[in-house]
Design a protein around this ligand. Structure first.
Ligand code: NAP
Length: 441
């Protein structure tokens, strides 16, 4: 039996699914449908530009993309170029791997002021994601506040503080580098609403904040717990070890003397944002002191302000609904039964289970869905799949970008890179298409 399967989205969840499908049924045909002309989702557009080692995972994805039965249709948007319902008539199974591209909104007064940028937009901007090319944040301030205690908050703080030298072998786009490196930012405050034991940073990322050339990490020793056993009591054994390591690192930071580094990252715990203040633009942010009891964050009625000209809420991501599929607005995911949505329709990754976990957390999702597809699709295969898709795209004059086109774009990005940079990214879709097809007369 030769099945035709479409995967919408070509980030890690999509690639692990394709990998599992091609192993489970070697003669099936798997087609990626991707909104951007470029593959790899958050690996290209979310993983920080100075974390090139993490981005190397794409070499493994490439082995899957190069398989004969796998095709890539980039620059094709479901909902714009064709509907999900249409796609479902063409393929035996459709897998949604569309992630969580939007920000969880900060809903306090003043959150819409100029100078407040959610992490999805800010991270997209510094990664050269075409959607955020024109964000142009005003970085003309001495102080920035990053709200949240996850890895994204750490990434944002590090990218704002890292020196040009430290960024030399990154793929930070030029229009971003010129803004960040000219900015007078000397202080970045990373603020968590709960305590250091509850922070979601992973330890490697936290430790990196102690190794920056120009930046001294500041931690208030009195915010660190004396009794680890009590504060970690509610966590599972493995989690306890990871969190204890973070506390150890924060203790080291608290004891560290500044060796003349001109910038500072301030870790502030037990503070929940209540208002962003200023006129049109942000001038300060007000926090309420909190305590944590039984894992709950409680207000204390005591407030303090941090003056700043830039606020980056890094409080998590959210998926967006896709016409033709159900959506649970409260949870921000597609309702599913461990990946099954409806006959022939499946979900993997963040759209299935919410925005959590590391890159490899997506692998089991792909394995499960590949098993379900092999189990569920028992009728005769439709066999139309990509033939019908290509016919419709041609009819609608959609210029899709296949994997060979992507390899051409990639070669140009590598060729155009200066110094130690691994690539100079194309940052608009028009530039990518023009680079492939030449500029119109
Ligand atoms: P995250 O890990 O869920 O962290 C979100 C943070 O925002 C938490 O500290 C949370 O506090 C806080 N928060 C949520 N709502 C808030 C509110 N209304 N006010 C104040 N604080 C609020 O999310 P993330 O940092 O966006 O990361 C998403 C996923 O990507 C994570 O699994 C992360 O590990 C992964 N990631 C990994 C890397 C890496 O491995 N290097 C890099 C980037 C991202 P509470 O805990 O109190 O809810």
């Amino acid at each position: 039996m030769s099945l035709s399967i479409a995967i919408i989205g070509s980030g890690p969840a999509g690639f692990y699914t394709a990998d599992a499908l091609t192993s489970a049924c070697p003669d099936c045909r798997v087609d990626f449908i991707e909104r951007l002309p470029t593959p790899f989702g958050l690996i290209r557009g979310g993983v920080a530009p100075d974390h090139q080692t993490t981005k190397r995972v794409t070499k493994k994805y490439e082995n899957t993309a190069m398989m004969e039965q796998v095709n890539f249709y980039g620059n094709v948007e479901i909902g714009r170029d064709l509907s999900l319902d249409e796609l479902r008539t063409m393929y035996d199974a459709v897998v949604l791997a569309i992630g969580a591209p939007a920000d969880k909104k900060l809903t306090i007064p003043g959150a819409d002021k100029i100078g407040v940028h959610g992490s999805a937009a800010f991270v997209g901007w510094y990664n050269g994601h075409p959607d955020f090319r024109d964000l142009e944040p005003d970085l003309n301030t001495n102080a920035a506040v990053v709200i949240g205690n996850g890895n994204v908050a750490i990434d944002v703080a590090r990218v704002l503080l890292r020196s040009p030298d430290g960024m030399a072998d990154s793929d930070l786009p030029d229009h971003v580098a010129s803004r960040i490196h000219a900015a007078p930012i000397t202080d970045v405050h990373v603020v968590g609403r709960r305590g250091p034991a509850d922070a979601k940073f992973t330890n490697v990322e936290l430790r990196e904040m102690g190794n920056l050339n120009m930046t001294h990490p500041c931690v208030k020793a009195d915010q660190l717990p004396d009794d680890l056993d009590t504060v970690l009591a509610g966590y599972a054994e493995r989690d306890r070890r990871l969190r204890a390591r973070n506390i150890e690192t924060l203790r080291e930071f608290a004891a560290l003397e500044n060796q003349g580094k001109p910038k500072k990252v301030h870790f502030e715990f037990f503070a929940t944002p209540v208002e962003i203040m200023g006129g049109e633009r942000v001038e300060a942010i007000r926090f309420e002191r909190t305590t944590v009891e039984d894992g709950k964050c409680l207000g204390s009625g005591q407030f303090f302000d941090i003056e700043c000209g830039l606020v980056i809420p890094s409080i998590g991501y959210r998926s967006e609904p896709l016409a033709g599929a159900p959506f649970d607005d409260k949870q921000g995911i597609i309702p599913n039964d461990n990946g099954r949505i409806a006959p022939g329709l499946y979900a993997v990754g963040w759209i299935k289970r919410g925005p959590s976990g590391v890159i490899s957390s997506n692998r089991p999702d792909g394995n499960i869905v590949a098993e379900y597809i092999a189990e569920d699709i028992t009728a005769d295969p439709k066999r139309t799949g990509r033939d019908r898709l290509e016919a419709v795209l041609k009819e609608r004059h959609v210029r899709w970008v296949d994997y060979a086109d992507w390899k051409k774009l990639e070669a140009m990005e590598i060729e155009n890179a200066a110094g130690k940079a691994p690539r100079k990214k194309f940052v608009t879709v028009d530039d990518m298409i023009h680079a492939l097809d030449g500029f119109p007369n």
